[in-house]
Design a protein around this ligand. Structure first.
Ligand code: NIG
Ligand code: FE
Length: 427
């Protein structure tokens, strides 16, 4: 059994599921925590035991031996399904040629100014059929499932024109219908300045199109790329006002390539998250850490794009809600695996395994406002689960290896690694 029930009949009853005798289960110290700030992740326990799911929800933190599907979890670690709260799916094609240029020393900004970068992916999207975009994006989602991702965020942003942005958001909704995971959609309406526009004139277009975008009912956040080659802090303020008026979250790509002092602007605008932060000003760490705003760190983009490392340790020590994500996109981070991101974060940021796991589970769910439903092993939450074939610490230690033995979505086995199929027994 490799892929089982990726698209189960929603009307069909979910069989009961029990995982028996895991060597470790990642368990919260208290029920109902919305997120874990700073050192709170140290409270997470890694304890042996089992789990039972009924009707797609976690029903008990012990195994019911009479369940319809029983999983032998001996020697394994059971963790909540991983949540990737920052990806740029759906997109078309890749940009491997740009990566080779960057390796030879060309800067991302220079490539972008020559019409590469985001503009190149916008051209690829325009030239691809809906079916081709969906096929590539669904294949990526399958790879993510095999690496333990049970929920992820989609962004538009490769449209760079009104109709094309609406198309990208429609395709994100269609992707949700064909993948095993739960997805959310963010409208990244200010990603690059479209040809023929200034940042100001494009923001005026964005203002005009937001009502239509919101009317689709599918978008939970607006996003903007604040950078020397993109939009300024005044545009961030305007996007914040648009998000507030529309009743959706503001998220922002900030302080990735240069220090714009955009973090405090985002906080004043009520941002749910600020993402990247490689170049955050030291004075902005304390206000961010005190705010109800996630610090979403993207070590895959930092590594692949030779960026500075975000000050993760300082953010954690100041009490921030630290989150890790892939930033999966064809330019800065063609990385799909959250276990790989955990490995990078442990080595390069000095995060503990527990801190890194909190950052890709509960804190990532909080960023997407899904923390009541997913993100931790608690009775009543959705049975989105990942079974690792090793101790939790091996995720980072055996860097680059996929430790996922099986992924469960809503209580159903959604992916089982072929050599681990013997563990899953259906009555
Ligand atoms: O998060 N920084 C802006 N957006 C993406 C990169 C998109 C691209 O290069 O295609 C990011 O890194
Ligand atoms: Fe991004």
């Amino acid at each position: 059994m490799v892929i089982t029930d990726t698209h189960p009949d929603p009307a069909a009853e979910v069989p009961s599921l029990a995982l028996r005798d895991a060597a470790q289960r990642l368990l919260p110290a208290q029920r109902g925590r919305a997120c874990l700030r700073g050192g709170d992740a140290a409270e997470l326990a890694l304890e042996p035991g089992g789990l039972t799911a009924r009707g797609g929800l976690i029903a008990a933190l012990e195994a019911d031996r009479e369940a319809e599907i029983v999983v032998d979890a001996r020697g394994c670690t059971l963790i909540p399904g991983l949540v990737d709260c920052h990806t740029h799916l759906p997109f078309a094609g890749w940009r491997a040629g740009e990566y080779e240029r960057k390796i030879r020393g060309d800067a991302y900004e220079a490539i972008a100014r020559e019409g590469g970068g985001i503009a190149a992916s916008a051209r690829a999207l325009r030239e691809s059929s809906d079916a081709a975009v969906l096929a590539q994006s669904a294949a990526i989602a399958s790879e993510m499932l095999a690496a333990g991702t049970t929920a992820f965020e989609c962004k538009s942003g490769y449209g760079l024109a009104r109709e094309a942005e609406l198309r990208a958001l429609r395709l994100a909704g269609e992707l949700d219908d064909v993948v095993a995971q739960r997805t959310t959609s963010t409208a990244l309406l200010a990603h690059a300045i479209p040809p023929g526009h200034t940042a100001d004139s494009w923001l005026a277009e964005v203002e005009a199109m937001v009502p239509e975008v919101i009317a689709t009912g599918a978008v939970s956040a607006l996003d903007i790329f604040v950078e020397s080659i993109a939009f300024g802090t005044e545009h961030l303020e305007r996007m914040g006002a648009l998000a507030a008026a529309a009743g959706v979250d503001l998220r922002a790509h900030v302080e990735q390539l240069s220090t714009m002092r955009s973090v405090t602007v985002a906080l004043r605008a009520g941002a749910r998250s600020v993402d990247h932060l490689s170049q955050i000003h030291p004075d902005d760490i304390a206000p961010l850490a005190a705010a109800p705003c996630a610090a979403v760190l993207l070590p895959g983009a930092e590594f692949m794009n030779a960026e500075r490392c975000a000050p993760a340790r300082a953010l954690l020590d100041a009490g921030a809600i630290v989150v890790l994500a892939t930033d999966a996109n064809p330019g800065t981070s063609p990385v799909l695996s959250l276990p790989l991101i955990v490995g990078l974060a442990v080595r390069r940021y000095g995060m503990s395994t527990r801190e890194a796991l909190a950052a890709v589970t509960l804190n990532a769910a909080w960023t997407l406002r899904l923390e009541r439903e997913i993100g931790s092993l608690e009775v009543g939450k959705r049975a989105d689960l990942v079974l690792l074939d090793c101790p939790a610490e091996h995720i980072a230690y055996r860097f680059g290896r996929n430790p996922v033995a099986a992924t469960f979505v809503g209580g159903r086995p959604a992916w089982v690694r072929p050599d681990q199929a013997w563990r899953v027994r259906t009555r």
